[in-house]
Each structure stands twice: as structure tokens, then as C-alpha cells.
Write a protein that binds this ligand. Structure first.
Ligand SMILES: O=S(=O)([O-])[S-]
Length: 131
């Protein structure tokens, strides 16, 4: 078997060491804050199965770099709002850590929810159904 230069766990740890992590209780307290944009990068099936954070923007992980980039043909204006704080999340905080580290490299400021949606659910954060 091929020995990888870096494991996925190492990549997540390296990303987490250089990005801003938001605690679940803090994000629950900010869920209605109009200056906070929560971005869900999970797959549609995960969202349908578990529901989602109310008001969260869904951005498939595979498109995030293109959606935030104003020079990309795939840019989404939701990522060009002045004065907003962007907080990305996935299920357990691994994909969002890698995503936010990449966005940091691009110069796009964002944080991630450390525990992901699983922590949100466990801590009683509000959830809306996704069809
Ligand atoms: O990437 S993950 O933490 O949602 S498994």
C-alpha cells in the first residue's frame, strides 16, 4: 500500500492549528445575528437526513473555492457581503477545517464550527428540516 506523505488526520490537525475555531454554544448564541453567515458544506443527503442550522447557506464543498472567488464564473454574491462573519461547518469539523484553511490561503476570512453539526445537535442547537 502507498505510504502517504501526510495523513488526512494530520492535514486536519495542521488546518485546525491555523484557523479560527468557533465553539458550538457561541454559534448557537449567534444563530440569529444578521452579521453572521453560517455555511453548511455537507452533502445534500446529509442535510436531508439530519436537517440543517436555520438560515444556513448550503455550499457544496467541491464548489466553495469557486463560489467565494469574485473572479470565478461560479461566484455567488452571498460570499461578497461586506462586514459579515462567515462560519463554515460540516458534520464533525474535519471537512470545514480543511475548507477554511484553503479559504484562508485565498485571502477569504472565515472560521469553522469546531464540533460540526454533530456537536450542534448534541448541544440542542435549533434545527430546521431540509427537503
Ligand atoms: O468531515 S466531517 O468532519 O464532517 S466527517
Amino acid at each position: 500500500m502507498t505510504k502517504l506523505k501526510m495523513s488526512s488526520a494530520d492535514m486536519v490537525a495542521a488546518a485546525r492549528a491555523r484557523i479560527t475555531e468557533v465553539e458550538t454554544a457561541d454559534l448557537i448564541a449567534q444563530v440569529d445575528d444578521p452579521n453572521v453567515v453560517i455555511v453548511d458544506i455537507r452533502d445534500p443527503r446529509e442535510r436531508t437526513r439530519t436537517g440543517a442550522i436555520p438560515g444556513a447557506v448550503h455550499a457544496p464543498r467541491g464548489m466553495v473555492e469557486f463560489w467565494v472567488d469574485p473572479d470565478s464564473p461560479y461566484h455567488k454574491p452571498v460570499f461578497s457581503q461586506e462586514g459579515k462573519r462567515y462560519v463554515f461547518h460540516c458534520a464533525s469539523g474535519w471537512r470545514s477545517a480543511l475548507t477554511v484553511a484553503t479559504l484562508q490561503d485565498m485571502g477569504f476570512e472565515a472560521a469553522h464550527l469546531r464540533t460540526g453539526f454533530s456537536g450542534w445537535e448534541a448541544d440542542g442547537g435549533p434545527i430546521e428540516a431540509v427537503k
